[in-house]
Design a protein around this ligand. Structure first.
Ligand code: RP5
Length: 231
């Protein structure tokens, strides 16, 4: 809800800037300084097609509602988490990205987690490094499945991996490998694809693409020569 409101506000402010620009251009070019505009007609002629084009361009953005929420402990996690975002983009899944911290913004984490389901979020991808409590804390407050991404911030990411994966019975976090944000994205799509044949077909196609990488690897390996290599 908050993200849609944010998008609407940003589109509105872009529109206001755009309308101001058109007005200024019209006044600069068509109305000599100090003269009164004789008719409003040309002004409306110039602005309404522009409004129409603007609204058309932004129509899809306002309609989309996030079904996946990517949460990270800090923007320093973004270079890793971009891989999850890229994957969701590829599958045309509407998502949101926000920074929240179990330690620095505990109240906001609670607000997010307790409202996630109501806000239409179907899967949460939560990433954190160091003492990575964020995914587990979110999982404690929602029935929306949480995928945890341990970030390698210190100790090669082992601290975050153990903090995320070792959840007490009753509060699972589906933990992927250290920095494995792409896998988190794929897992999120797989969860969404349950009962969605169209998305399942897209996933099957994606996995078929992965097979091609190994087909090419074998072709390349054929060219590698060793005295005792027999294939
Ligand atoms: C965690 O601490 C974050 O998820 C990040 O991986 C790590 C370091 O955070 P910054 O100090 O870069 O904000 O909470």
């Amino acid at each position: 809800m908050a993200s849609i409101r944010k998008k609407q506000l940003s589109i509105r402010s872009k529109f206001v800037q755009f309308r101001g620009k058109i007005r200024r251009e019209f006044q600069a070019n068509k109305v000599p300084h100090g003269e009164k505009r004789s008719s409003a007609f040309p002004y409306f002629l110039s602005i309404y097609p522009a409004i129409f084009v603007f609204l058309q361009q932004n129509k899809n953005k306002t309609k989309m509602k996030a079904v996946v929420s990517i949460i990270m402990g800090s923007t320093s996690d973004l270079p890793i988490m971009e891989k999850a975002a890229k994957l969701l983009d590829e599958f045309e899944i509407p998502f949101e990205i926000n920074a929240l911290s179990a330690h620095r913004t505990p109240k906001e984490v609670e607000e997010f987690a307790t409202n996630a389901q109501k806000n239409g979020i179907k899967v949460i991808i939560a990433a954190a490094g160091m003492a990575a409590h964020l995914p587990g804390v979110i999982a404690a407050m929602t029935t929306v499945p949480v995928i945890g991404v341990p970030i390698n911030a210190t100790l090669d990411g082992m601290d975050a991996l153990l903090a995320i994966v070792q959840m007490p019975p009753g509060i699972p976090v589906a933990t992927v490998g250290i920095n494995a944000a792409q896998n988190a994205g794929i897992l999120a799509v797989q969860m969404l694809a349950v009962g969605d044949p169209e998305l399942q077909a897209k996933l099957a196609n994606y996995k078929e693409g992965l097979k091609q990488k190994i087909v090419k690897a074998n072709a390349d390996l054929k060219e590698v020569k060793f005295k005792f290599k027999v294939n």
